[in-house]
Design a protein around this ligand. Structure first.
Ligand code: AHM
Ligand code: MG
Length: 337
């Protein structure tokens, strides 16, 4: 049987379900091409002079790695000329990037974390690119970069496409356009993403959790209680042993959950309370929450469904609890009681 490339998958989705206007299809293909470019650059490692610090900070005050900056530039360059975008925004840029006037403008807004899991870049552990696509509201003010921020402030339920690329032993692209979640493996010999899994489903129950345990003393009581019960294993109230995994690359932790279930938590804690949480709503939490929901899982701040949050600013941070539906429900119930 012939293989289904990403292009064919997108064209068939458009034909069968009328889900994908041509410009959105182009956008996804351009993002996928940029991810291939990033994968090749990462793959060179120390041979390509791409490892180490960039010597700069992003808007969140975090030190940028060379590969953070390179990946950001690859995504910007790939997307600015195609005519499919109204503007772009990135974890690595203070303000949105407008499309230069010399190029046609489109109706979509693209947001990305160009290289998530920065602390893992130099140690050769899986990292990824996360992206989210919105429609630009009609009449949005795009007269300046500052004015353009308002166009992006739409809840996660308004996303029209979301996904991530994971750069691990294989490079995968995991995508939703609101009709389930599909995964594509990069065939390096022919340079195409090839469909390798469709209709991904997260098991409702799990015995695996992911949280940075070093923050334990800062957590709020509901998360303290939940994790304490997991740690008691068979002898505790949950009556089963749990296993823990923490890659510290959200893409890798979420990918494991999409593959075999689990719960991922970066909850509100005393360290990040003033900022609202650790992870960013627009280009980390929202796209991951939509993928997880599309795969039958759940995603919450503990107090509210992530996709329902009305964003107040582009780089807003939120608590994130996502994964197997029944586990997320327990954490949400503990927050409510
Ligand atoms: P980044 O976008 O700067 O890479 O930060 C996000 C990352 C997530 O990928 C990961 O889940 C988390 O931060 C790791 O946090 P910690 O360093 O506390 O383990
Ligand atoms: Mg990130």
């Amino acid at each position: 049987m012939s293989r289904t490339t990403l292009s064919r998958y997108l064209i068939e989705k458009q034909r069968e379900k009328n889900l994908l206007p041509a410009d959105l299809r182009l956008l996804i293909e351009v993002v996928a091409r940029a991810c291939k470019h990033i994968a090749v650059t990462i793959g060179k490692g120390g041979l390509g002079d791409a490892l180490g610090e960039a010597g700069s900070e992003n808007v969140q005050g975090e030190a940028q790695k060379k590969l953070d900056v390179i990946s950001n530039d690859i995504l910007l360059d790939a997307n600015e000329w195609g005519g499919h975008l109204a503007a772009m925004a990135s974890e690595e840029m203070d303000l949105p990037r407008l499309i230069p006037n010399r190029y046609p403008h489109g109706e979509y807004l693209l947001m990305f974390d160009p290289l998530d899991g920065s602390s893992n870049i130099d140690v050769n552990v899986s990292i990824g690119t996360i992206f989210s696509v919105l429609k630009c509201p009609e009449g949005a003010d795009l007269s300046s970069e500052t004015a353009a921020e308002a166009a992006f402030l739409q809840p996660g339920t308004a996303q029209v496409a979301a996904g991530y690329a994971i750069y691990g032993p294989t490079t995968l692209l995991v995508l939703t356009v609101g009709d389930g979640v599909a995964s594509f493996t990069l065939d390096r010999e022919i340079g195409s993403f090839v469909l390798t899994q469709e209709n991904i489903q997260i098991p409702e129950d799990t015995k695996e959790f992911a949280i940075n345990m070093s923050n334990q003393r800062h957590w709020e009581p509901p998360v303290q209680r939940y994790v304490a019960e997991l740690l008691q294993g068979k002898e505790g109230p949950r009556g089963k042993d749990f296993n823990m995994r923490w890659v510290a690359s959200m893409v890798a932790d979420v990918h494991r959950i999409l593959t075999r279930g689990g719960i991922f938590m970066y909850p509100l804690d005393a360290k990040t309370r003033d900022k609202g949480g650790k992870l960013r709503l627009m280009y980390e939490a929202n796209p991951m929450a939509w993928l997880v929901e599309q795969a039958g899982g759940a995603a919450s701040t503990g107090r509210q469904r992530i996709l329902d949050l009305q964003p107040e600013k582009l780089h807003q941070r939120v608590p994130v609890i996502l994964g197997s539906r029944n586990e997320v429900a327990v954490v949400v119930a503990y927050h409510a009681s």
